[in-house]
Structure formats: structure tokens, C-alpha cells
Design a protein around this ligand. Sequence first.
Ligand SMILES: N[C@@H](CCC(=O)N[C@@H](CS)C(=O)NCC(=O)O)C(=O)O
Length: 203
Amino acid sequence: MKMKLYCSPTSPYVRKVRVIAAELGLSDQIEEIEVDPHASPSELLALNPLSKIPVLVTERDEVLPDSNLIIEYLLTRGRGIEGLPRGSARWDALRYQVTADGVIDAAVATTMERRRPESIVYMAWLDRQAALITRSLDVLETAVPSFSLEAPSVVEISVGVALGYLDLRMPYLEWRNGREALTNWYTQFSQRESMLRSAPPAP
Ligand SMILES: N[C@@H](CCC(=O)N[C@@H](CS)C(=O)NCC(=O)O)C(=O)O
């Protein structure tokens, strides 16, 4: 029996879980079940009243309805992901992870808003999301010297998935402009097997 991951091909939250599972060598132990959370299918609602993916159901029927919760669980099951540094470097690392997760949240929210009929799209709100993404990427640009290519932690994985999602949904932001360090780091990071295997289909 395998763990079950309720997922979609393009969700960045799902991708974080897929990358972590691949890095930990756990992908073979996970069966993927594609669902559309916006359609709120009953099998998803029975597991997660929030109607969001990813949800992981373990072999013991434990239900884990959130990417960071799933990642915390998978880290107890496999090896191969670097732990966080100690001391104040730890708090910096976690700050960068929260920042990358915030970029993902804003990019997903932007994607949803842009799907509305044009007459009710809230432009000022979209501008606010774009501005927070821009500021966050500027912070991540300064953080690149602390990012590893050889032994990434959950921090680098969140940053890599956030940048990949911007390429998919907000290419018009041209996030690489003026961010040479982040660009060079991502060019190499995105070639990891775990990133290639979890890449979303081209739009
Ligand atoms: N905090 C959650 C967010 C999950 C999330 O928002 N997933 C999106 C897919 S990208 C979703 O299921 N959206 C459906 C909805 O909001 O109705 C996590 O980290 O897993």
C-alpha cells in the first residue's frame, strides 16, 4: 500500500511536496490522485474541508492537508535533505522560506484574480500582489550567497518552486531582470532531477 497525494499538475504547493519526495527518495511510495480543488469533489472535501490541495493520506490513514505539514511529515520518513543551519542563520533561512512561500501565495492569488471576467478584476489589488512579489524577490536576491546547490534544504526548494511558478503564471514580471544572482542560482537549481520531474506542463 502507498501513501496517496491529492494533487494537480500545476499547483506550486503540490510541486514543493513532489520535489521533497523526490529528493528524499520517497516518490515511489506515493500514489498521485489528480483532483480539481475548485470543483470541490466529495473525495477531497472528505479529507480537507478547505477544499485545497495538496493533501497526503499516509498508509495509516493519517490525513495531512497542507504542503508544509506534508513536508514536515515526509522529512521524518526519508533522508537526503539538508537540515537548517543553527543559530541566527536558522532564522534567516526560515525568513527566506516564509518570503518564498509568500511569493507563491501572491502568484496563486494573482492567477485566480486574472481568471475573473475582466470587468470585475481588481487592478489595484493585482498591483499590490505584483509589488510584494518584486520586493520579496529583491530580498531573495540578497540571500543567494546562503543558498546551496549541492545540498538544498526546504528553503532552497521553496525558492526554486516559487521562481518556477512565476515563469509559468507571471512571465510578464520578467523576474530575472536586475537579479543576476537569483537567475544564475535558479538556472542550475532548476536542472535538478527533482525539479525536472515535477515541472508543470507548458501552458
Ligand atoms: N497553505 C496551503 C495552500 C494550498 C492551496 O491554496 N492550494 C491551491 C492549489 S494551488 C488550492 O487548492 N486552491 C483551491 C481553492 O483555494 O479553492 C498549502 O500550503 O498547501
